[in-house]
Ligand binder design. Sequence first.
Ligand code: GLP
Length: 242
Amino acid sequence: MKVVVCKDYNEMSKIGANIIITEMLKKDVFKIGLATGSTPKKMYEYLIEAYENKVISFKNVLSVNLDEYVGIDFNDNNSYHKFMFDNLFNHVDINKENIFIPTPKENELEKSVEEYNRILDKIGKRNLQVLGMGNNGHIAFNEPSNKLNLRTSVVNLKKETIEANSRFFESEEEVPTKAMSMGIADATNADVILVMASGKGKHYAVKKLINTEVVDLEFPASVLKLKENVILLVDKEAYSGE
Ligand code: GLP
């Protein structure tokens, strides 16, 4: 795992975008896995800027997202569908047919999961996967547990995740308690894995990921230690905790 420490969130976002742009320019068709959350937001702004400056095009980009809440309208401000369109897809020339986001239909959850796994099987290994990390080391919505899902599943969110994500909602009660998430095998099925973490709140997870010498199911990000070509991109605060 290569660790890159950046001076601040802005520098981290710029470097992250440059890593993606470099990989994008190598391929005729680029398959990318994308993440939501506050961490990659600024990086998406830099990707939009690169598109506007005609450095990159998304015409031949195929994109798959990690997760989505269950029981939330896809037009709701907190939906990951809306997040992706607002923060990236609506601003670039991506073909809407090449966008895949977990779509949990409440009365057909099993079917929704099967469908997404079929899509992932069809797409296969991505060229690059962007990952954030929860404060507790979750990746996508794979929470600390005594077992980790390999494939897409409907998962229960941990109390600490609901608390952490409540900053986006009016109250903690409004945060969905379930999500549909790629499993660990799918979330890490990429040639390059770009893990990003910013701010003091991520220090515990960053330190643990760097130092862990075991795969610890109570710390899902530790599975990244099994992978080659992982870049951990952090800002100073996340790295030092100060
Ligand atoms: C959320 C998402 C993850 C994301 C993580 C960190 O719960 N499911 O995909 O990486 O938490 O979010 P943030 O970037 O807002 O800190």
